[in-house]
Design a binder for this molecule. Structure first.
Ligand code: AHG
Ligand code: MN
Ligand code: MN
Length: 331
């Protein structure tokens, strides 16, 4: 896909997301509008999920759902609700052939025969924070379908490398709700204005500081971290860096993107390949990090170069300011 020039997509801060998407689409000579519509569908479902999150305590939809997902993690009611909201919006929209989701064991073929796109999604990230009023998020990646339209979706359609992403983004349900995305021509962030029901451009052409003084890692598990990671954390302490760990990847990533910092989920005894999932957590944030001037590795290689082998594959994750990720991962 041709890369749009930032100058062509520049719109004043305060423009709404729909207008921005439209202007962005005009910058692609052969764009058919389907990707734009798909991004709108995701943004719309995000508004619905945002409303459910805000009302969850009153509506009685906090708490555990009573089942485990394919990874043996207890699903929360809002995990299930968000999965339904996003998959319905994408099915109705008609641009998506299939979804892979944290909450679904197999590929969800949406039976949209003419659809060109594949979505990988973590409908609700940070489940342990749902019931305690702490920031949570949604993470998504968009790929182009490889097999011919009309037939059933193939594994090769969904198991694509992160470098093949057409677009990636996240929604942060925080002290304000934000929609942040890239189509490969920089990263832009939109803040949700609930009284208007609109996302408004608030963070134009986001750039991650090259270096930072924040490290985000679950130090409770540090006894079984690899020695290199222990050494790096010691260096952070020697330098007087701040430890900040929310436990919602999206929120930790977003803060580090704005302020400069590193997020690490290394291999541990409990999670020998790390905990985070390549297809719907790491690839997306790796693309956004790189588009913002940051970096993402698994400790050895670039996340976006990893050939995926399964839908729910886990990888160690080092992401954030380039200088910090280089030093921590020796990549
Ligand atoms: P999810 O809620 O989608 O399963 O993801 C939780 C992830 C991520 O958001 C967070 O950074 C990490 O799990 C926290 O794990 P630990 O509690 O092991 O630190
Ligand atoms: Mn997650
Ligand atoms: Mn999740």
């Amino acid at each position: 896909m041709a890369k749009a020039e930032n100058s062509r997509i520049a719109l004043p801060v305060g423009s709404n997301l729909d207008r921005f998407i439209m202007r962005n689409q005009e910058a692609f000579a052969y764009a058919s509008g389907e990707l734009s519509q798909l991004i709108r569908d995701l943004a719309y479902a995000g508004k619905v999920v945002n409303r459910e999150i805000n009302r969850a305590g009153l509506a009685g939809i906090t708490g555990a759902y009573g089942a485990d997902n394919v990874q043996g993690e207890a699903q929360q009611n809002l995990d299930v609700a968000a999965n339904i909201r996003f998959s319905r919006a994408l099915q109705k929209g008609g641009e998506v052939a299939a979804i892979i989701s944290e909450e679904e064991e197999d590929i969800m073929d949406l039976n949209n025969p003419r659809a060109k796109y594949i979505i990988a999604i973590d409908p609700l990230d940070g489940s342990s924070n749902i019931d305690v009023n702490v920031s949570i998020g949604t993470i998504f990646s968009i790929y182009r379908r490889l097999s011919p339209q009309g037939g059933p979706v193939q594994m090769e359609d969904v198991l694509q490398k992160g470098s093949d992403q057409v677009a990636a983004g996240y929604i942060l349900y925080g002290s304000s709700t934000m929609f942040v995305y890239t189509t490969g021509a920089g990263v832009n962030g939109f803040t949700y204005e609930p009284s208007l029901g609109e996302y408004i451009l608030s963070h134009q052409n986001m750039k991650m500081p090259n270096d930072g003084t924040i490290y985000s890692v679950n130090e409770g598990a540090s006894k079984t971290f690899p020695q290199e990671v222990k050494d790096y954390i010691d260096k952070c302490k020697d330098r007087g860096y701040s430890a900040r760990y929310i436990g919602s990847l999206v929120a930790d990533f977003h803060r580090n993107m704005l302020k400069g910092g590193i997020y690490i989920y290394p291999p541990t005894e409990k999670a020998p390949n790390g905990k985070l999932r390549l297809m719907y957590e790491c690839n997306c944030l790796a693309m956004i990090a790189e588009q913002a001037g940051g970096m993402a590795t698994d400790g050895k290689q670039r996340i976006l170069d990893i050939e995926p082998t399964s839908l729910h594959q886990r990888v160690p994750f080092f992401v954030g300011s380039k200088k910090m990720v280089k030093e921590a991962s020796k990549a």
